[in-house]
Design a protein around this ligand. Structure first.
Ligand SMILES: [Ca+2]
Ligand SMILES: [Ca+2]
Length: 206
């Protein structure tokens, strides 16, 4: 096969031009690979009222859109229409309330539905409104960092009970998971009261 391809190549080149290579035909040197040091988790500190959700990957299950990495591949809710990245923070809740997720990075920039992206590549790619708005996955919020490696330092994750919408509300259990470099670094649940805003956890990466 190599000989056939060689012959075809010579024939084609013979039709189009001389056999000697012009400067344009000299292959560009391969670009050096971009080495990105993986993010490392230094610490995760939840508030006292948050309960850790045990992670058991001996028997992975089918992924569901629930802010948990059910299939244990390090991606939270893959296939649900929102994505992962260097960092992924996902919240899910169990009533029709409208819950909002806020993440503040080391530079003081806060991501939420109010500020859904930063020039550095962080973005809110799903913002659920509970029973307030008909939409896919209305009880999910997802924030992820893509593009540039996120800045090392302290990240603070907050939850805000925005409102009870039309139907069900009341105390609402909110699950929050954090994936860093495609590994689950934290998964907690916290009961949020109407109007409450809490910093459910902070984590440090480098
Ligand atoms: Ca997964
Ligand atoms: Ca899931």
């Amino acid at each position: 096969m190599a000989c056939v391809l060689l012959l075809l190549g010579c024939a084609r080149r013979g039709v189009e031009g001389p056999l000697t290579e012009t400067p344009d035909e000299v292959a560009e040197p391969e670009p050096l690979p971009v080495i990105i040091e993986p993010l490392k988790v230094v610490s995760v500190v939840p508030i006292a009222t948050a309960r850790e959700i045990p992670r058991d990957c001996r028997n992975p299950t089918e992924e569901r859109c629930n802010a948990l990495d059910d299939d244990c591949d390090g991606v939270i809710d893959d296939g649900c229409g929102y994505g992962t990245g260097f960092i992924q923070v996902t919240a899910s809740w169990d009533t029709g309330a409208d819950i909002d997720l806020y993440v503040t990075g080391p530079l003081g920039d806060t991501l939420s539905f109010q500020r859904p992206s930063t020039p550095a590549g962080a973005r809110v790619d799903h913002s659920g409104r509970g029973d307030c708005t008909a939409m896919p996955n209305p009880q999910i919020e997802n924030i992820r960092w893509v593009g540039q490696r996120p800045t090392g330092g302290i990240y603070e994750v907050e939850l805000h009970y925005w409102g009870e919408c039309i139907t069900s509300g009341g105390p609402t259990n909110v699950t929050v998971s954090v994936a860093i470099a495609r590994k689950i670094a934290a998964q907690y649940i916290h009961s949020l009261l109407p109007g409450e805003r809490v910093r459910i956890l902070r984590f440090v990466v480098q």
